[in-house]
Design a protein around this ligand. Structure first.
Ligand SMILES: [Fe+2]
Length: 247
């Protein structure tokens, strides 16, 4: 089975559409943050629902349904969520309220951030391989009987490997395909709609469960149009500019 796994679309319909145009897959799953930041949360959430609406809760969906959590957001992030609240029809918000914290499929789990703290949304960046949240997530994976966890949230694709000697290693994902072995893995798939690894493309993975292969992908999309729409909607300039830079 080939799973297309997308995270952090962030209302960027241009990036989302491009990924769907270029990829072939058996099933599509979402890691949260379909909305927030960008111009078109309604179009993105509509497409997400048309594709089955199978995904976990991101902190930006949580911000839409629980606006008191926006006190923890940056100014730009808060304005993005307020824009989403304005644009989203009630039935989409009702669906959002039912998004699960985690999804378990075959040998893997999806969680927007870390297991054990799914709605606190801690950030574990590539340089945080000694994070207690990471270690707790690996421990929780053992309880679930999962070999792999896919995550997003930081917008920085990378691989954390939990080895038999209980040490954790981090690998960057620039090499494309990785074949999973008997160790446990937490894999950050990066962001479709707001890359922050200095590569201004739409990032995502395909997990082939038969081959146990994770393919990291990045495709060009129409950034100019995504930025133009952000300006047209009156959102902060920085949210448009950052798309060109991948920051
Ligand atoms: Fe995000």
């Amino acid at each position: 089975m080939k799973y297309l796994i997308l995270s952090d679309i962030h209302s960027n319909i241009q990036a989302f559409t491009k990924v769907l145009e270029v990829e072939k897959y058996d099933k599509i799953l979402f890691l949260g943050d379909v909305v927030g930041y960008g111009a078109d949360p309604d179009l993105c959430y509509k497409r997400f629902l048309e594709l089955g609406g199978e995904g976990v809760m991101g902190n930006h969906e949580y911000g839409v349904i629980k606006p008191f959590t926006l006190v923890n957001f940056s100014e730009n992030a808060r304005l993005g969520v307020m824009h989403s609240i304005k644009k989203l029809p009630k039935d989409y918000v009702d669906h959002m309220k039912r998004l699960p914290e985690i999804i378990q499929v075959e040998d893997f789990i999806l969680c927007h951030s870390m297991l054990g703290h799914p709605l606190e949304f801690p950030y574990v960046f590539p340089e945080n391989k000694d994070s207690v949240f990471l270690r707790e997530s690996f421990a929780a994976m053992k309880k679930y009987g999962a070999k792999v966890m896919f995550t997003g949230h930081t917008h920085k694709p990378c691989i954390f490997k939990y080895k038999s000697d209980e040490t954790i290693e981090m690998y960057n994902s620039q090499n494309g395909d990785i074949y999973l072995d008997e160790n446990l893995y937490i894999i950050n798939v990066g962001s479709v709609g707001q890359s922050r690894n200095s590569i201004p493309k739409a990032h995502y993975v395909i997990y082939d469960t038969q081959e146990r292969k994770v393919a990291f992908k990045a495709v060009d999309y129409n950034i100019k149009e995504a930025a133009r729409r952000i300006e047209e909607e009156g959102l902060p300039d920085f949210l448009a500019k950052r798309l060109f830079l991948g920051i």
